[in-house]
Design a protein around this ligand. Structure first.
Ligand SMILES: C[S@@+](CC[C@H](N)C(=O)[O-])C[C@H]1O[C@@H](n2cnc3c(N)ncnc32)[C@H](O)[C@@H]1O
Length: 239
């Protein structure tokens, strides 16, 4: 299992929460900077998938600093709840939500994707951006998401994937494995975080493999759409 702090004897979940706590204050800046701002367009496209379904109750899993939850406001839902295991990321997110006077529509709280603190059949849609790769137990997290979705409810997952074609694969590998960890290390004080990023993407079962897991969990109409030469993918499915 790929973990951020290989020398430590703790589980992935604990290490991931600690890592995001450590980088929380630099996360938004580095996110947009290292993706050259492209992540904003990816988020927009992923949320747009939900437009025809007009979801009213939305859960954003692994919400972090809340960017995906804020993007989901364009769907005009009644309520968006964001959960995350990193108190540090949530603190930055809560400040952002308060500054934008969105506290009546977005609620951010501590919560683990593998033990979601809501009843069965609660949400019209569940979203996860750049979160599933970090789950300790991917299948358990997806089963929990399935459980809290209403029948017919929609799942949207946005996650890094690996470009397969020449020359994008080569350019991507150079940037992701050599350039990005160096910048990340220099700007965020956590040396492990931006080495963990390419390693966790490498280990993640992307594309068809992820669709296969969605099918096993029970999701219907599971589909994948690649973005920016396959650097990122949007996965969708319904309960
Ligand atoms: C790369 S950040 C993504 C944050 C946000 N969704 C975004 O798009 O910017 C990944 C987040 O997943 C959270 N996370 C990892 N495992 C989790 C779990 N089991 N349950 C809830 N959140 C989790 C981390 O704490 C972190 O905030």
């Amino acid at each position: 299992m790929v973990v951020p702090y290989k020398e430590e004897n703790t589980g992935k979940k604990e290490q991931v929460a600690k890592m995001f706590d450590n980088i929380s204050h630099r996360y938004d800046f580095l996110n947009h900077f290292l993706s050259l701002g492209i992540d904003k367009g990816w988020r927009k496209k992923a949320i747009q998938h939900l437009k025809p379904f007009k979801p009213k109750q939305l859960l954003d899993v692994a919400t972090g600093t809340g960017d995906f939850a804020i993007q989901a406001l364009t769907l005009n839902p009644d309520k968006i709840i964001g959960i995350d295991i990193s108190a540090g990321m949530l603190e930055v997110g809560k400040k952002k939500v308060a500054e934008r006077r969105l506290t009546d529509r977005i609620e951010l709280q501590l919560g683990d994707s593998e033990n979601i603190p809501f009843a069965d059949n609660t949400f019209d849609a569940v979203t996860v951006a750049f979160g599933v790769r970090n789950f300790e137990n991917l299948e358990r997290g997806l089963r929990e998401i399935y459980r809290v979705l209403k029948p017919g409810g929609q799942l949207v997952v946005l996650e890094f994937s690996r470009p397969r074609k020449f020359p994008f694969r080569q350019v991507y590998n150079f940037y992701f494995k050599f350039v990005l960890p160096k910048i990340g290390r220099a700007v965020s004080s956590d040396k492990a975080a931006y080495t963990y990023l390419p390693e966790s993407v490498e280990a993640f079962p992307d594309g068809e493999n992820f669709l296969h897991i969605l099918n096993i969990v029970g999701f219907k109409h599971a589909k994948c759409r690649t973005l920016t030469f396959g650097v990122s993918s949007i996965y969708t499915g319904s309960k």
